[in-house]
Design a protein around this ligand. Structure first.
Ligand code: ZN
Ligand code: ZN
Length: 422
């Protein structure tokens, strides 16, 4: 493991920052306090040009340090509507208003507070040691990752025109892996997720006279069953996809045929071609079943969120893995045999800005909890129930060495492009 000048001295303030962020989580698009904390910290570090309010509450810092590559480093900032039960002295008691107007508890249950802390640690060390690297760093603090909207909103806010074009986009996520370990893979590293609300229209009437109606309950039932054929009959056996109908609602009473039915669907896939195929099949089947039922109106699709497949560029990932191994230790970096089934919107930056991207996960859990867990199955299955995972009310990454390793990982990856930091 390489030494990183300045990191030890910085750690106490990073721990304090982390506890402050953890105690004050904010829901997606509401990261106002968080963005203020980020912008103030960044302005306190030498040389950063800071822009606030990008795509809502996003913050972008640019640090120019002579000729050289441009590296984009990204952290997400939002918390989740989860009631924290970690028992930590700095546990959140915050509440917020969700987009349906409900008062909900809020928690940094996905560890985005760790991401902010690590990126602000990396930006501090880059600013403090300009003689150790050349190029430009674009530090992106993104809102609303959990809803799949933040990256899109920042890009739609003129990101490409307002900030230097990156040669590579780098991002990381803390997760239920042993602290000190980083995991990634070339190619697809996280799944796509597409969610829809589907309204199916019928023509209501008396339960005793279905011949005078178009029954949306029967239509919905046919849709649910027929959708099960998409993965079974239209996706190759070596490909992965999931089509889940997680919600179905229609009607109020046994002798009334309702006017409409509503389904909520979630679709996961790891190959962009398979994703397009599955999404097209779902729409085709829903529309065709409506026609088959004699529905008076086309079904209505509303997106409830979309995350593309997160794809790691092969060459850039190989270089990043070398950097991570130098920083964290040879044994500490695992190449996953398959993608992680969660989803991310980080990949939108690389896609929109025409740059290769690399995303990795790093551990935040006590390594002792993994005794007996096969290293190969870390990302896929077989975690003991006492290991809390992201989005759990008990999810609490340890501060040590997680924060330090997250800073090291980001810098090691960045220096792969910016030049040697020793
Ligand atoms: Zn999450
Ligand atoms: Zn997350």
């Amino acid at each position: 493991m390489t030494t990183l000048p300045g990191l030890d001295a910085l750690l106490p303030s990073l721990r304090a920052l982390y506890e402050d962020l953890h105690a004050h989580p904010e829901l997606s698009h509401r990261e106002v306090r968080t963005a203020g904390v980020v912008a103030a910290r960044l302005r306190g570090q030498d040389g950063w040009e800071v822009t606030e309010g990008v795509g809502g509450t996003g913050v972008v810092g640019v640090l120019r340090n002579g000729e050289g590559p441009t590296v984009l480093l990204r952290a997400d900032m939002d918390g989740l509507p989860v009631l924290e039960s970690t028992g930590l002295p700095y546990a959140s008691v915050a509440r917020g208003t969700d987009r349906d107007g409900n008062d909900v508890p809020v928690m940094h249950a996905c560890g985005h507070d760790v991401h902010i802390t690590c990126l602000l640690g990396a930006t501090a060390l880059l600013a403090a040691a300009p003689d150790r690297w050349r190029g430009t760093v674009v530090a992106v603090f993104q809102p609303a990752e959990e809803t799949g909207e933040g990256a899109r909103d920042m890009l739609a806010d003129g990101f490409a025109e307002r900030f230097p074009t990156p040669d590579v986009c780098l991002g990381q996520h803390v997760g239920p892996f042993p602290a000190g370990v980083a995991v990634t893979r070339p190619g697809p590293v996280m799944a796509a997720s597409d969610s829809y609300r589907v309204r199916l229209f019928g023509r209501g009437g008396h339960g005793s006279a279905p011949e005078s109606t178009v029954d949306p309950v029967v239509l919905a039932a046919a849709v649910v069953l027929r959708l099960q054929t998409v993965v079974a009959r239209e996706v190759g056996a070596s490909q992965a996809a999931v089509v889940t109908v997680g919600s179905i609602h229609a009607g109020t009473k046994e002798n009334i045929i309702p006017d409409e039915a509503e389904l909520q669907l979630n679709i996961r896939s790891v190959d962009p071609v398979v994703r397009d195929r599955v999404l097209a099949a779902v729409r085709r089947i829903v529309r065709a079943e409506a026609v088959a039922s004699g529905a008076p109106k086309e079904p209505e699709f509303t997106s409830l969120g979309a995350f593309p497949v997160t794809v790691n560029d092969a060459e850039a990932t190989a270089a990043t893995i070398d950097g991570l191994r130098r920083a964290l230790g040879e044994e500490a970096v695992l190449v996953l045999p398959q993608p992680i089934n969660g989803s991310e919107d980080f990949g939108l930056f690389g896609t929109a800005l025409g740059a290769p991207s690399v995303f990795w996960h790093f551990g935040g859990t006590d390594p002792a909890a993994f005794a007996g867990v096969d290293r190969e199955s870390l990302a896929a299955r077989g975690l003991p129930p006492e290991i809390a995972v992201n989005h759990s009310p008990r999810y609490a990454p340890r501060q040590d060495p997680t924060i330090e390793q997250g800073v090291r990982a980001l810098l090691a990856a960045a220096h792969t492009w910016l030049g040697d930091a020793g």
